[in-house]
Design a protein around this ligand. Structure first.
Ligand code: DAH
Length: 341
């Protein structure tokens, strides 16, 4: 009786032909699972007369082995079938996914334009860290602690540190570079800067600057003027610039440069508040103290420096009226600008 039952199971296993992964799983549970039918029968061995126990054990083993062998064979078969059907479903003549070109960010486009203009006259790119220390961002640039000029820029200090900060201007790259390189130095330093400012359509707590620095023997204010005029012509098509006296701790004398855009177009009229002049950058002759702080002989060398914001220029170039759009990274906004090729 028990022998017959095991034999029936062996026959059942031989005939089983599950066609799906689900059916195969049912097979596994029934014959190989933790509460499988073979196990249940093998427990009955205690009711078998002693002289037959050995044969019964063998039969049970045969059942287990046939279940395992069948399971492996079925599994291999089903996997091969699945692979075949997915290959058959592959339509090699179907059109491909269209390749979507990325676009460059308007800030990058603007920054690259500025960089190219200065590269043409021998400036090289210098980049450095955004997390800066107090010395490179302020002290080296002639802005010691409790200098009122520190209030000009509301600084983000790193939590738990009174010397590490998010750089407030790319002028910090001047100090980084001069500390390791002797003149001639002619660099352009693009990058992101941070100030604790209220976010609105016109201002943001993060923005970009391009810094310029030229240090060599005999560099003069006339060189600065000529370099900036060249830039204004290339970048804005302007024919006139204006230098207004100003103050920066790291330059002496200091100036702010305006370019003349005129008032012919409505945009220019609005942008220049009817004056025709647009303020673009701060500049000046590097203060000898800054050179000395950075280990450059101020008796021998002179230099000029300038720094400009990128966002306003990008907004003007692309007709963007809200600075926040530049930092939201909304793809619908970004894809309107230069395709990367
Ligand atoms: N660092 C100044 C700012 O963020 C800009 C600047 C002014 C940079 C004059 C210069 C400079 O190199 O000479 O407002």
């Amino acid at each position: 009786m028990l022998f017959n039952q095991v034999n029936d199971i062996i026959a059942e296993i031989a005939q089983a032909a599950p066609q799906s992964p689900e059916a195969l799983e049912q097979f596994r549970i029934r014959y190989l699972g933790s509460k499988n039918v073979i196990k249940a029968l093998s427990a009955e061995i205690r009711n078998i007369p002693n002289e037959q126990k050995r044969d019964f054990g063998r039969l049970v083993n045969e059942a287990i082995q046939s279940a395992e062998a069948k399971f492996q064979a079925l599994k291999t078969q089903l996997e091969a079938a699945a692979e075949e059907s997915s290959a058959a479903a592959l339509d090699l003549s179907a059109p491909g996914e269209p390749l979507v070109w990325g676009t460059r960010h308007p800030i990058t486009i603007t920054m690259n334009r500025i960089i190219r203009i200065f590269e043409r006259i021998g400036f090289v790119i210098a980049e450095d860290r955004e997390i800066e220390d107090d010395w490179h961002n302020f002290t080296a640039l002639n802005t010691p602690e409790d200098h009122p000029a520190r209030d000009m820029q509301d600084t983000y200090y790193l939590r738990g540190s009174d010397s590490l900060l998010l750089r407030t201007h790319t002028s910090s790259v001047q100090a980084r570079l001069m500390a390791v390189q002797q003149p001639p130095i002619r660099i352009i330093a693009p990058g992101r800067v941070y100030r604790n400012e209220t976010i609105s359509a016109r201002s943001h707590c993060q923005f970009h600057q391009v810094e310029g620095l030229y240090v060599d023997e005999g560099v003069s204010f006339a060189d600065l003027k000529q370099t900036l005029l060249y830039f204004a012509k290339e970048m804005f098509g302007a024919t006139q610039i204006r230098l207004r006296p100003s103050f920066f701790p790291f330059t002496e004398p200091s100036a702010e440069m305006d370019v003349y855009l005129g008032t012919d177009t409505e945009d220019n009229y609005r942008l220049t508040k009817g004056t025709g002049w647009l303020e673009i950058l701060g500049c000046g002759m590097v203060d000898p103290k800054v050179l000395d702080n950075c280990g450059i002989d101020s008796e021998k060398y002179t230099g000029f420096a300038f720094g400009m914001g990128i966002e306003r220029q990008a907004m003007r170039l692309f007709g963007i009226n809200d600075i926040r759009l530049l930092f939201e990274n909304d793809v619908r906004f970004l894809k309107q600008f230069g395709t990367v090729v």
